[in-house]
Design a protein around this ligand. Structure first.
Ligand code: SF4
Length: 394
């Protein structure tokens, strides 16, 4: 069971942008790289960690998330080096949640044992589908069988806090495929499952193939290769139905967890906790200010090697923006937001700021207010993009 004080503490996100090969749908900041680039990058990361330690004023670190890219594609000793550097310069809580993203085909039993030894206590594994044809279409480097081997290795190495990612709405994916993925994952019994709907992003090979189809889908027309919006909805209801009847709670729109295994890292984002983003393209949110690292790896390494820091998109959030975020991020969680917390934080009641919106959404059956809590109904979650956008003040 993870217990922690929700209001204090900082999270650290560390970006490893390297992947064995680019997946056909991926628009993350990720790419293959040679050993020399990986080595220089990790040393730069360690230096960035040292240079930025003072910026968080010795606050407690309650979670560390090593994401990517594919962090498991690089030599495990680099992960050990990174965590050693974090612990040297920062005050990491003894029970901090420490997650690493792993892709099947890039982690052996030995690697998992080392991760365990380094103090990592949570694995997030990208499966996406149990259908090998679909995995091939997505451009994934692994089969379902390789995922199973990877999952077993993680368990053997002592990990009981494992997340499995699945994607719905993939071209050619049927309701049977989706049911099969859900059932097989449930049978394995990971403590956390994330289910995301595929978004066909511009600039990806998938966009060239299915961009027009995505437009058709978004306009409510029948797509040719992608599952229709209606089928996607059914897939979403199936996720809730299958996972919730098997001991998972749907604690956020796309996330399901067994009791006590809700992701601290994800939750921090939705409740507006501060985070320090280290590495290429990472975002930070500290003292009400949001800013990003460069997305250019040569610039990143060169700047850090000169002991310098350079940030982009520096933005101090206005109180209005903070209120908006409080609502549209907090309402992603099924427990919703607390009226008292809003009042304590902003010195004004939520009704005084969002009264009209709250009334409108309540009357439409999309939102409920019960005592201190405000949360979305299942109808509100169903049209969450619309519901949440209502909390943008301008
Ligand atoms: S493994 Fe993940 S980050 Fe890497 S290319 Fe595929 S989707 Fe993108």
């Amino acid at each position: 069971m993870i217990s922690f004080d929700e209001k204090t503490g900082v999270e650290i996100y560390i970006h490893i942008p390297f992947c064995v090969k680019k997946c056909a749908y991926c628009d993350f900041l990720s790419f293959p790289a040679n050993d020399e680039t990986v080595h220089k990058y990790i040393r730069a990361l360690q230096k960035e960690l040292a240079l930025r330690a003072a910026s968080i004023d010795h606050k407690r670190i309650i979670s560390i998330y090593i994401g990517g890219g594919t962090p498991s594609s690089i030599d495990e000793s680099y992960i050990g080096d990174i965590l050693e550097t974090v612990r040297f310069y920062y005050k990491v809580d003894k029970d901090a949640e420490i997650t690493i993203e792993v892709n099947p085909g890039t982690a052996t039993l030995e690697k998992f044992k080392k991760y365990h030894y380094y103090g990592i206590n949570r694995i997030s594994m990208g499966l996406q589908s149990t259908n090998n044809e679909i995995l091939k279409k997505l451009g994934r480097i692994h089969t379902y069988e390789e995922f199973l081997e990877c999952y077993e290795n993680a368990k053997k190495a002592g990990f009981d806090n494992i997340n499995v990612d699945l994607i719905s709405g993939i071209p050619g994916q049927t309701l049977d495929d989706w049911t099969d993925s859900l059932k097989k994952v449930i049978q394995l019994g990971p403590n956390h499952v994330s289910t995301y709907g595929l978004i066909v992003e511009e600039g990806t090979p998938f966009y060239d193939l299915y961009g027009e189809d995505e437009e058709r889908r978004q306009n409510g027309e029948e797509p040719l290769s992608l599952p229709s919006e209606q089928i996607e909805r059914i897939m979403y209801y199936m996720s809730i139905e299958y996972l919730c009847s098997n001991g998972y709670s749907n604690y956020e729109i796309s996330n399901f967890a067994k009791s006590g295994f809700e992701s601290r890292h994800n939750t921090g984002y939705w409740i507006g906790r501060e985070y320090l983003g280290i590495g290429l393209g990472s975002s930070s949110y500290l003292l009400g200010r949001r800013f990003d690292n460069t997305t250019d790896i040569a610039e990143y390494i060169e700047t850090i090697e000169k002991n310098k820091l350079k940030f982009y998109n520096n933005q101090t959030l206005t109180v209005k923006e903070q209120m908006e975020e409080f609502m549209f991020l907090g309402l992603r969680m099924t427990k919703g937001v607390s009226r008292k917390e809003f009042n304590d934080r902003f010195g004004v009641s939520v009704e005084a700021v969002f009264g009209d919106v709250l009334n409108e959404l309540q009357n439409a059956g999309l939102l409920i207010m019960v005592e201190d809590r405000i949360f979305l109904t299942s109808e509100g979650i169903d049209v969450s993009n619309y519901t949440l956008s209502k909390f943008l003040l301008d």
